[in-house]
Design a protein around this ligand. Structure first.
Ligand SMILES: [Zn+2]
Length: 335
C-alpha cells in the first residue's frame, strides 16, 4: 500500500529544510504508515532467550552525546572533526581497533576520511556490524549546526555499546562497531545528486572488506542514525532486509519497546546502501520524523534538548538483544 500522506510528509520535510535540504538521509519515497506489522517476510522461529536483559547506561551515553556536540560543527576536514576522531578513539583504549584512513576525492576536492572500527570477538564464525556516522553536514559548516541527533546520538550509542561489550568473551558472533566518516553530502542536493556526493567513508570500508574477504563473514549490518529523538519512532526502512527487521521487532517486543518501532515505512539512502548492494543483510534503524514534519533535521535546531537518554537506551538494548537472537539462530535466514 502506498500512502500519499506519508509521501507528502517527506516532501514537506524537504521544503521545511529548504536551504539545507541536501537529503543527507535521502528519503526517496514513503509507502505506508499505521500499525506495526509483525512480519513482512517468512516467519522465523525465534529461539528463547532466558538470559539477563542487556545492560546499557543511558546517562553515560547521553553524556557522550553532549561531549561530541560540545566540539561544535564537525564537517569533513575541520579541526573539530579531528577532535571528535580523537575523542572516539580515546574511549577505545585497549580495544582492538582498525583504522581505515584514506583520501576521498569529493565534489569539493580531496579530503581526509577516517573510519574507526572497534572489534569485540566472539566464539562463533561471523561478524555483526553496528555503524554510525560521526561527521556533520558540510554545507552547514559555517552555521551553528551541531548534529546532536544526526551523527552524535548514534556515535554516542556505539561508545556505550562498546562499554557493554568490553572485557567479555562473546558466546556468539563477533561484534564490530564502526564510526564511519563522510556520510554527509558535500554539496546541497539541489546542486549534486546525493548518492554521487555522500557515503564516502562507508563505501570505502565496504570496498576494502570486499577485497580482503571480510565482507563474506558479515552476517548482518545494522546502521543507527537519528536515534536520539525523545519522541522515538524507528521507521521500517524499505532497503533493509525484512528478516532482519523481524529480528529487531522480536528483540523490541521482548524488551517491551515494540511501540517505538515500525509504525511508518520509508525508503532511505543511507550508510547501509553499500552493504545492501554487496548482498549483506542490512538494516537502517532511523527515526526520520525529528520534530513535526522532520523540521529539526539539518537545521541549527538539531540540539541536545530534543533528545532523551531513554531513546538511546531503547535502541541500544534492542540492538544488543538482536545480536543475542542472531547468535542463536542457526542457520540465519537466507539473504
Ligand atoms: Zn545528516
Amino acid at each position: 500500500m502506498r500512502a500519499s500522506k506519508s509521501l507528502s510528509l517527506i516532501l514537506s520535510a524537504c521544503v521545511a529544510a529548504l536551504l539545507a535540504c541536501d537529503r543527507g538521509k535521502d528519503a526517496v519515497q514513503s509507502e505506508s504508515s499505521h500499525a506495526p506489522e509483525a512480519a513482512v517476510s517468512s516467519p522465523i522461529s525465534f529461539p528463547a532467550d532466558n538470559g539477563p536483559l542487556p545492560a546499557f547506561d543511558a546517562d553515560r551515553a547521553m553524556q557522550y552525546v553532549k561531549d561530541i556536540v560540545r566540539f561544535g560543527p564537525r564537517p569533513l576536514g575541520s579541526a573539530n572533526h579531528k577532535k571528535v576522531e580523537e575523542y572516539i578513539k580515546s574511549h577505545l583504549n585497549g580495544d582492538q581497533v582498525e583504522d581505515d584512513a584514506f583520501t576521498a576525492d569529493t565534489n569539493l576536492g580531496k579530503f581526509p576520511v577516517h573510519n574507526i572500527v572497534a572489534k569485540f570477538p566472539g566464539n562463533r564464525d561471523g561478524i555483526i556490524v553496528f555503524a554510525s556516522h560521526y561527521d556533520t553536514n558540510y554545507p552547514l559548516r559555517n552555521t551553528s549546526y551541531v548534529g546532536a541527533n544526526d551523527g552524535a546520538s548514534s556515535s554516542a550509542l556505539l561508545l556505550e555499546i562498546a562499554n557493554q561489550l568490553r572485557g567479555k568473551q562473546r558466546d556468539g558472533y563477533s561484534v564490530w562497531l564502526v564510526w564511519d566518516d563522510a556520510e554527509e553530502a558535500m554539496k546541497p542536493d539541489t546542486e549534486v545528486d546525493f548518492m554521487s556526493d555522500s557515503l564516502y567513508g562507508i563505501t570505502h570500508l565496504a570496498e576494502k572488506w570486499q577485497a580482503d574477504g571480510t565482507l563474506k563473514k558479515v552476517k548482518a549490518f545494522m546502521l543507527a542514525d537519528m536515534i536520539g529523538d525523545a519522541d522515538l519512532n524507528i521507521d521500517r526502512e524499505s532497503n533493509s532486509a525484512p528478516w532482519l527487521q523481524n529480528v529487531i521487532y522480536e528483540a523490541a517486543t521482548r524488551l517491551g519497546y515494540q511501540s517505538h518501532f515500525f509504525a511508518q515505512t520509508l525508503r532511505m539512502d543511507d550508510d547501509h546502501i553499500p552493504f545492501v548492494k554487496r548482498g549483506v543483510a542490512s538494516i537502517d534503524l532511523i527515526d526520520f520524523t525529528y520534530g513535526y514534519n522532520n523540521v529539526f533535521w539539518h537545521t541549527s535546531q538539531d540540539t541536545v534538548d530534543k533528545l532523551s537518554p531513554q531513546s538511546l537506551k531503547i535502541v541500544g538494548m534492542v540492538m544488543l538483544e538482536s545480536v543475542r537472537i542472531l547468535d542463536k539462530l542457526d542457520p540465519l535466514p537466507p539473504k
